[in-house]
Design a protein around this ligand. Structure first.
Ligand code: NAP
Length: 419
């Protein structure tokens, strides 16, 4: 830490505790650069955000890479900058980043439960605490006012400072490095709500659970949550090299979805076309048989952990057990997913949408990490200058297993506190 008061600090320099410089470095996306993440992200100097009465300014040490800022860089399916401008916000840029670890640097006069100097991780759920639906008892993350910090809400973790609401701040697990602490919350709390937040379909001891994208960010968390709850995670990957990662995290077995026996991905054929439907069913049955083989018994998954969407939903609905649940939080492969309703109603299956998590669920997940039951699954760190490259790898599905992190003010790996 320096005692020199300046308007801008280089990465690796730390202002005097509590001094907020006028400007900061950040990984920025602009509309004129929308497209491949490699070009969309640039490091720029921008004004440091001011905070409201119940808000908190955090000096960001490390910020996790998530798929939502691939979407933000593409400007599709939503131009998040345009959406904000239309609701009256004036910044013509996006500072994304829906995961971060850091140090509380300033607090608004009405902020509760948080003090300058606290070492924290941030959850990405935001909402208007005074919203009518929340006052009427709605889970805040289902509120019409809910928005994701670092995607829909500007000034996320990819700047030297981030602006958050007091309720988004949770204690950083002390034993974790800054980079590990910045890696897990978005995917972890999302997976936690999917698997533990929709009773009666929470993971029970002995439940088989099918986890799509087992080596990805969400999948790496889901495997560990299922395992910790006593369930039996079976992971899906597209590359045998990723199987080892899933087994290490606790998967009982792994299925490679590129096996040529599985010819049925994507949308359902016309149900009246007996030949095409027969071919689809053959692929789906082969996948089901593989599931039994790796599980070691002929049982269907009680829960299917979904996020690929269009490519996999027909299979997920077919696969899930009678009265089981397919729980989905994304449509990475497309949104136009087909459902053969006969399987849904006759076998009384549930298709449940799920989006991030509320504060209690985020705190529950954070406690799991703090206790050591869940590993943040950090695989690779990047300097801020390579923020575009990290998102490009994710866009091309060439990224390493688990979670990637951008080092912001922590310029050296392995730091657990401000040195
Ligand atoms: P990730 O690390 O890229 O992992 C996704 C995995 O999905 C990939 O590793 C890939 O594994 C698998 N996959 C990709 N295309 C597929 C396809 N056509 N069929 C089957 N599997 C496919 O991303 P993530 O962080 O886990 O996020 C996944 C999605 O969830 C993204 O769209 C993200 O925006 C969304 N998300 C939503 C929320 C929320 O709150 N709603 C929160 C976090 C993430 P293999 O190629 O090995 O099969």
């Amino acid at each position: 830490m320096t005692d020199v008061v300046k308007d801008l600090y280089e990465l690796g320099e730390t202002p005097p505790r509590g001094h907020v410089p006028k400007q900061m470095y950040a990984g920025v996306v602009r509309q004129s650069r929308f497209g491949e993440p490699r070009q969309a992200f640039q490091v720029e100097v921008v004004d440091t955000p001011s905070i409201g009465p119940k808000q908190v300014l955090v000096w960001v040490m490390a910020a996790g890479v998530n798929y939502n800022n691939v979407w933000a860089a593409l400007g599709k399916p939503v131009d998040v900058i345009d959406v904000r401008n239309r609701r009256g916000e004036t910044e013509d840029f996006q500072i994304g980043g829906s995961d971060a670890s850091g140090i509380v640097w300033a607090v608004g006069p009405e902020a509760r439960g948080v003090q300058v100097g606290d070492e924290v991780v941030i959850h990405a759920g935001t909402w208007d605490e005074n919203a009518a639906d929340i006052a009427a008892g709605a889970d805040p993350i289902t509120s019409s006012t809910a928005q994701l910090w670092g995607y829909e809400v500007n000034y996320g973790g990819f700047g030297q400072f981030t602006r958050v609401n007091d309720y988004q701040v949770l204690p950083k697990p002390k034993r974790l490095t800054w980079e590990a602490a910045g890696a897990y919350m978005l995917v972890g709390a999302t997976a936690w709500r999917q698997l533990m937040g929709w009773p009666p379909h929470t993971v029970r001891p002995g439940d088989p659970v099918l986890v799509w994208g087992g080596s990805g960010g969400l999948g790496s968390m889901a495997i560990q949550i299922v395992k910790a709850a006593g369930g039996i995670p079976i992971a899906v990957v597209s590359d045998d090299a990723k199987a080892e990662w899933c087994l290490k995290l606790g998967a009982k077995g792994v299925i490679n979805r590129t096996d040529p026996a599985f010819t049925h991905w994507g949308r359902l054929p016309d149900l009246d076309d007996a030949e095409a439907f027969g071919a689809w069913m053959k692929g789906a049955r082969a996948f089901g048989a593989k599931f039994w083989e790796v599980l070691g018994e002929r049982r269907a998954p009680r829960i299917v952990f979904e996020h690929p969407g269009e490519a996999t939903i027909p299979t997920s609905i077919f696969m899930v057990d009678n009265a089981g649940m397919v729980v989905i939080c994304a449509g990475t492969s497309g949104y136009n997913a087909d459902i053969d309703l006969r399987y849904l109603w006759m076998r009384q299956k549930r298709l449940q949408g799920s989006h991030f998590a509320n504060t209690e669920q985020s705190a529950e997940f954070n406690a799991m990490v703090d206790s050591g039951a869940i590993d943040p699954a950090l695989s690779r760190t990047f300097p801020l200058a390579e923020i575009g490259e990290a998102h490009q790898l994710m866009y091309e599905n060439r990224h390493p297993e688990g979670n990637m992190v951008i080092m912001i003010n922590a310029t050296r790996e392995g730091m657990t506190t401000l040195e």
